[in-house]
Design a protein around this ligand. Structure first.
Ligand code: EPU
Length: 429
């Protein structure tokens, strides 16, 4: 596993360009197989998750042509398999979107159950309930989910919890079902809207994405399409929080300010300063931050994916801050590692109390998932002395050029290759 050696006490300064949204890309690539024709995608982030999805698509029989680093042509006409290879699927959780897209394309799908993860329990009951409502037969055997149907039929589905994954999977399947599907209590994230725009460009008929209710009139066939993936609001938020945490001054470019309103509001509460333009946001702080309470919620609330870096920001604010994680049960893996750097944090259930304002000190720490990795890296940049951030492969899965972008802002980061360690766990993204 590789590690970063970070020399800290750096105020991040300069400008950084945001890449395409990971969580839009990981839904859009599986969606591309609804057509047999060529789909051209731009602003695709060059991250490990996308590389894995490309391998899965190729393994299923799709033809992929890279046009430069961030553009792809996918031609899935020659698809001959409805069972993505376990070895690839286990690398990333979002590969379960092939349940929805293979069901739409072939009427059958065989996908491994997404397994252990680092954010607490992550059931898929809402996905399965939705597929069943559309008329799919579901059989779970030997760790595989087998889905089959003689024809999906539109239905009305009310989700008991707001789930991005279930919303995506049902949008994929319902796009090819006969008649109308109404999905209620759906996720409203910008990535859902991006997926709807992409599917509509392929000939689907999806209305209401971005609201609580999505209506889908099933299409008989899909055609080729071109699509530009939206900027990654979580990556943008990560750099915005990093700028304020380190007392720096960063211009975050290629961002949609509407998508990060919960973050700009929280930053203002802590006393950071912001200048917002149509596609860029400047964030700076003189290093004196006020404590604040942070509660995660589905969009448009404060995103759970930014809770770990948000907590690092609050360790820098003198006084008591309270974080409440409302989306996942166990998303506090970063806390013990932050404590190794001197942070004073107490966790009780879903609540974390932060006694902020202590100067963090560099330490060896271990990354267990993508966003805690980003948080620990920011903490190390702010901390006095040297830190060793282990298992940074988690970060490669979701941030394009994270170390290069941070180095461009003045951070002192060195990547050191470590011995290969077999990791058999299914990833948490
Ligand atoms: N849930 C259920 N039943 C289901 C599905 C979800 O109870 O059938 C619960 C989950 O246990 C959780 C809540 O609903 O408590 C929300 O989960 P959701 O399904 O929305 O999460 P997800 O689709 O598995 C996506 C992102 C995550 C992000 C969460 C929450 C992708 C590929 N992943 O996961 O992103 O944290 O939504 O916003 O879009 C990341 O990027 O680092 C990441 C983990």
């Amino acid at each position: 596993m590789d590690k970063y050696i970070i020399k800290g006490a750096t105020k991040l300064k300069g400008s950084v360009k945001i890449s395409g949204a990971k969580n839009a890309a990981v839904a859009i690539l599986p969606a591309a197989i609804l057509t047999e024709k060529t789909v051209s995608l731009q602003n695709v982030p060059d991250i490990d998750d996308v590389r894995t999805l490309i391998q899965i698509l190729e393994n299923l029989g799709a033809n992929i042509r890279r046009r430069g680093r961030n553009a792809l042509d996918i031609t899935p006409g020659g698809l001959f398999r409805h069972a993505p290879a376990y070895e690839l699927v286990k690398k990333m959780r979002a590969s379960y979107y092939f349940m929805g897209s293979l069901l739409a394309r072939f009427g059958q799908a065989k996908v491994p159950i997404p397994g252990g993860c680092d954010l607490g329990p992550r059931p898929i009951d809402q996905h399965l309930k939705g597929f069943a409502a559309l008329g799919a037969k579901i059989e779970i055997k030997h760790g595989m989910i087998n889905l089959s149907t003689n024809g999906l039929k539109g239905s009305r589905i009310y989700f008991d919890v707001v789930s991005i994954g279930a919303t995506v999977n049902l949008m994929l399947a319902a796009s090819a079902a006969e008649g109308r599907t109404v999905l209620e209590n759906v996720a409203k994230e910008p990535e859902i809207v991006d997926l709807a725009n992409f599917l509509n460009a392929m000939g689907a008929s999806i209305r209401g994405a971005g609201t609580d209710v999505i209506r889908i009139d099933g299409a008989k066939s899909f055609h080729g399409a071109q699509h530009v993936i939206i900027p990654d609001r979580i990556e943008a938020g990560t750099f915005m929080l990093a700028a304020a945490t380190t007392g720096g001054d960063v211009l975050v470019e290629d961002v949609i300010p509407k998508h990060v309103e919960a973050i700009t509001a929280k930053l203002r509460e802590t006393g950071a300063e912001l200048e917002i333009e149509p596609e860029r946001i400047r964030v700076w702080s003189k290093g004196v931050l006020k404590p604040s309470d942070l509660k995660t919620f589905p969009y448009p609330g404060f995103p759970t994916d930014l809770q770990p870096p948000g907590m690092v920001l609050l360790t820098a604010a003198k006084g008591l801050s309270v974080v409440t994680e409302n989306v996942f049960d166990g998303r506090y893996n970063h806390v013990d590692e932050l404590k190794r750097m001197g942070a004073r944090i107490k966790v009780e259930g879903r609540t974390a109390m932060i006694d902020g304002g202590v100067k963090l000190t560099g330490a060896p720490v271990h990354v267990t998932d993508l966003r805690s990795g980003a948080a620990l890296i920011i903490a190390a940049i702010a901390a006095e002395g040297e830190s060793e951030i282990n298992a940074i492969e988690h970060v490669d899965r979701g941030y394009e050029d994270f170390n290069k972008k941070l180095t461009g802002l003045g951070a002192c980061i060195r990547r050191v290759e470590g011995p290969v360690v077999q990791e058999e766990r299914i990833n948490d993204k």
